[in-house]
Design a binder for this molecule. Structure first.
Ligand SMILES: [Zn+2]
Length: 326
């Protein structure tokens, strides 16, 4: 059973929540902030379960009472989950929560996923509830970034942040819960940038091994292939169409980072090289690998933060990478 105590990582979050629950300082409006895949929903559900539990200890639900048992069966009458209806979370959805709360006459917790998708009207309906919070009704809002919600909402919530997990914590989780091999778990933890949701989705992806092989062969071809320009443009086009472009670029950067580490360890004799060195990576100058990694990091950042033309950016990137690495 998942509990606050056995959730991986998030030490600070656990400490703050436990303090708030123990000190009786849990607000009627909680805001969980963290990137997609960081575990907001799992934490939100744990908090909802604790708030509804009859015998909780600190932030931890007892797991045994009638409320906890019905929560685990997904039919706790006090638990309401709101998701966008289509692309928007509408005011009627918010109003219905309050109406049903009065009708039901028992404590309720409403989890609002993707709270940034509330329409302006929905936000102001929620704000009205926050201004005169009915005793026994608690809201837990989930959002990627606080700035995507109106300040008036954020300022009335108790905010908690979810941080990416350390690679080691996440790899451990994948090994334990998904039976992933240690080597693959370490790789997935790094590609998914510490986000358990992404890592678990990747672990469940049956085409993953194939995709890793693809990226590895691209890494190799760029470094030694001397591919003609039309071929580079073809690869850029294929990459641009990938849904998992960002993890693929992360993996590409990681392969070169491994090469850099091998190079540095070998030249400094600090660490014994691994048993099977990738010879082609070791032939690249450390400075060139470093440049390639920097470039890939910049590209990932640009793709995440702007609406840049993916294909054009990738064409330029692959040309630069090949020039740098060969
Ligand atoms: Zn309980």
């Amino acid at each position: 059973m998942t509990t606050v105590a056995n959730m991986v990582g998030q030490k600070e979050l656990r400490r703050l929540l436990t303090a708030a629950f123990t000190g009786g300082k849990v607000s009627h409006a909680l805001l969980l902030i963290g990137p997609t895949g960081s575990g907001k929903k799992s934490w939100g559900r744990l908090l909802a379960k604790a708030l509804l539990c009859h015998e909780r200890t600190g932030a931890e639900a007892c797991g045994e009472c009638q409320s906890c048992r019905s929560f685990d069966r997904n039919n706790n009458p006090g638990y309401v989950s709101l998701k966008p209806d289509g692309t928007k979370l509408k005011t009627e959805q918010v109003k219905a929560v309050k109406r049903n709360f009065y009708l039901a006459g028992n404590a309720q917790v409403c989890l609002i996923e993707e709270a940034e998708k509330m329409t302006a009207e929905a936000s102001s309906s929620l704000l009205k509830i926050f201004e005169e919070p009915p005793a026994g009704l608690t809201f837990i809002l989930l959002v990627d970034e606080a700035r995507r919600l109106p300040d008036t909402i954020v300022s009335r919530c108790q905010s908690y942040y979810l941080r990416p997990l350390a690679a080691k914590e996440l790899a451990g989780l994948l090994e334990r819960e998904r039976g992933v091999s240690a080597e693959k778990a370490a790789l997935l933890a790094r590609i998914s940038m510490g986000l358990p949701g992404h890592a678990l989705a990747l672990a469940a992806d049956t085409t993953l091994d194939e995709r890793i092989v693809e990226v590895k062969s691209l890494a190799y071809n760029l470094a030694v292939g001397r591919a003609p320009i039309y071929q580079l443009l073809g690869w850029a086009d294929q990459l641009a169409q990938k849904e998992d472009l960002l993890p693929a670029l992360e993996l590409l950067a990681m392969i070169y980072r491994d090469g850099l580490m091998r190079n540095l360890c070998r030249s400094g004799d600090l660490v014994q090289p691994r048993e099977q060195p990738l010879n082609w990576l070791e032939k690249i100058m450390p400075g060139d690998l470093e440049e390639a990694i920097l470039l890939l990091n910049q590209v990932v950042h640009e793709l995440e933060t702007t609406n840049v033309n993916r294909r054009l950016l990738l064409e330029k990137t692959l040309i630069l990478l090949q020039r740098r690495l060969t």
